[in-house]
Write a protein that binds this ligand. Structure first.
Ligand SMILES: NC(=O)C1=CN([C@@H]2O[C@H](COP(=O)(O)OP(=O)(O)OC[C@H]3O[C@@H](n4cnc5c(N)ncnc54)[C@H](O)[C@@H]3O)[C@@H](O)[C@H]2O)C=CC1
Ligand SMILES: C[N+](C)(C)CC(=O)CC(=O)[O-]
Length: 482
């Protein structure tokens, strides 16, 4: 196995911490340089948030996490780095100082990226620095978008690395202040400041206007596809005919900027405290992350937007290793699977075993193509034994033994292990082959029997698993769930 790649993170605040988490959880080693004495603690908290949310996007385990190291200087941090990411505060003179050093010290083949929200690459490279803009979105460990701006060969190399860590590189074809996305965000931000300053709306009312309406639309179709639909059957031309004249109406104050002074800061910050001050920033981050995970997982069903990026990335992750019994599921327990008792809820043991059944079916040819041909299996009986608790973040691995599979019936026994050591549950399940047009039991196609036969033979030579064929035991030996 090749050695892990190394990323150097220069500036480990909100964004640098997010980059560090993104690289680490995708198996890269990470070296961080940040002169703030509190940087290690702050980055640790960002990493905790990432550990509980990023793996929950996937149905496969991410690679083993890389090693994190804090360094006392830039030279140490960039040694051996394939990617150097600068995320120091948005001040041009500071960026110039840091990039002069990075260009001198970083390995010649390393990508050097800047997280800058608004500076053009030519402003950063002005003094001979070798840097491209690699502008991410907060939280960097969950949101896939990175805007790349700069020398095409560096952007192309950067794009390859980003895809491998589950991100979505968008190469901006021409440099402009604030790239593409921050242009858009800045427009909404300016209008919002006007609305608050003029007393038209509070910070809370503006947030409701976004999250109850167009904010929901944007994550799945963006702006133009959404407006195309809004034009009705005649599409975009009709939409433009209807709303084009509004361009000349006073619908925006975009070209005027509200005066940025202490009064404006007090007004906005005061309203924001009234709106959200009852929650800590860390609690708000966790709420945001849980919502983002649920939304991105929903988008995975249709392949839209960020959902498609995760599905494509998951296909690149290593399949679970095959042993005597196949590993039919290998993933981390997401926090959304836990309940008021602080452990994985009973329903998700069945969810995990259902995913394991699907994988096992694929192994003998009962896959998506077979199902599309009108045949499948239905589960008719399941017996779960809850043997030990498992918690958010635990690595859950399921192995499957086929106990019977002649004719229409398929009898499976799933064993759920925590961290490869502790048996947390067994799920015994009986399935019947069906014809999806009649919805009645039917004989499987001959090739299914042929591919199942060697599995039946191999698994049949193993001892029958403990607990197989049992009914409910009144002695109840498990530690329970949910
Ligand atoms: N906060 C946001 O929403 C986003 C910010 N960005 C960009 O990311 C960059 C960083 O922003 P944040 O993380 O928000 O700021 P931050 O203030 O949270 O973090 C900056 C970090 O840089 C460290 N630092 C200062 N001087 C340094 C030096 N000479 N060498 C190494 N580290 C140094 C600070 O100690 C601090 O921990 C900026 O360019 C910003 O425009 C990009 C996307 C979103
Ligand atoms: C406000 N901001 C300009 C720093 C925002 C960004 O750059 C991207 C983001 O995460 O919203």
């Amino acid at each position: 196995m090749s050695a892990p790649l190394r990323a150097a993170i220069i500036g480990g605040g909100v964004i640098g911490g997010g980059w560090a988490a993104r690289f680490l959880l995708n198996g890269w080693d990470v070296s961080v340089y940040d002169p703030d004495p509190d940087a290690e603690r702050k980055l640790g908290e960002v990493l905790d948030n990432a550990r509980r949310s990023l793996p929950a996007l996937y149905d496969r385990a991410l690679p083993p996490a890389g090693q994190l190291r804090f360094c006392t200087g830039i030279a140490d941090a960039v040694t051996g780095a394939a990617w150097v990411q600068e995320s120091v505060p948005e001040r041009l003179e500071l960026k110039h100082t840091v990039h002069a050093e990075l260009t001198r010290l970083a390995p010649a083949e390393a990508v050097i990226g800047s997280s800058t929200s608004g500076f053009r690459p030519s402003e950063l490279t002005g003094q001979g620095a070798r840097v491209i803009v690699a502008h991410p979105f907060n939280p960097v460990y969950l949101l896939p978008l990175v805007e790349l701006v700069g020398a095409p060969e560096h952007c192309a190399r950067a794009a390859g690395h980003l895809r491998a860590i589950g991100m979505y590189p968008l190469t901006v074809r021409q440099e402009i202040d604030a790239h593409i996305a921050d242009r858009l965000l800045e427009a909404v931000w300016r209008e919002s400041l006007w609305l608050v300053r003029d007393g038209i709306a509070t910070t809370e009312e503006i947030d409701e206007a976004i999250r109850m309406g167009f904010g929901l639309r944007w994550a799945q179709m963006g702006l133009f596809e959404t407006y195309r639909i809004a034009g009705g059957e005649a599409g975009m031309k009709h939409f433009m005919a209807q709303f084009g004249p509004a361009l000349k109406w006073p619908w925006t104050k975009l070209m005027d900027v509200p005066e940025f002074n202490d009064d404006l800061v007090e007004l906005i910050a005061g309203q924001s405290d009234a709106q959200s001050g009852h929650m800590s920033i860390r609690a708000l981050e966790r709420l945001r992350d849980d919502n983002l995970v649920a939304m991105i997982r929903a988008l995975r069903r249709t392949g839209s937007g960020a959902g498609g990026v995760i599905t494509a990335h998951e296909a690149r992750l290593p399949a679970p290793a095959e042993g005597v019994l196949p590993v039919t599921l290998d993933r981390q327990v997401p926090s959304s699977w836990t309940d008021y008792n602080g452990h994985m809820n009973e329903a998700h043991y069945v969810e995990a075993s259902a995913a394991a059944t699907d994988r096992f079916m694929e192994m003998f040819g009962a896959d998506a193509a077979y199902i599309a041909s009108g045949r499948s299996y239905f589960t008719v009986e399941t017996h779960v034994r809850y043997l030990a608790e498992t918690h958010a973040g635990d690595r859950l691995r399921v192995t499957t033994q086929v106990l019977g599979g002649d004719g229409r019936k398929l009898h499976l026994f799933h064993t759920l292990m925590r961290e490869g050591e502790t048996q947390v549950a067994t799920v015994e399940t009986l399935l019947v082959h069906v014809d999806l047009t009649t919805r009645r039991s039917s004989e499987p196609a001959p090739e299914i029997g042929e591919r199942l036969a060697p599995l039946l033979k191999a698994h049949g030579s193993l001892p029958r698993p403990e607990g197989a064929g049992q009914g409910i035991s009144a002695s109840g030996r498990g530690a329970g769930a949910g």
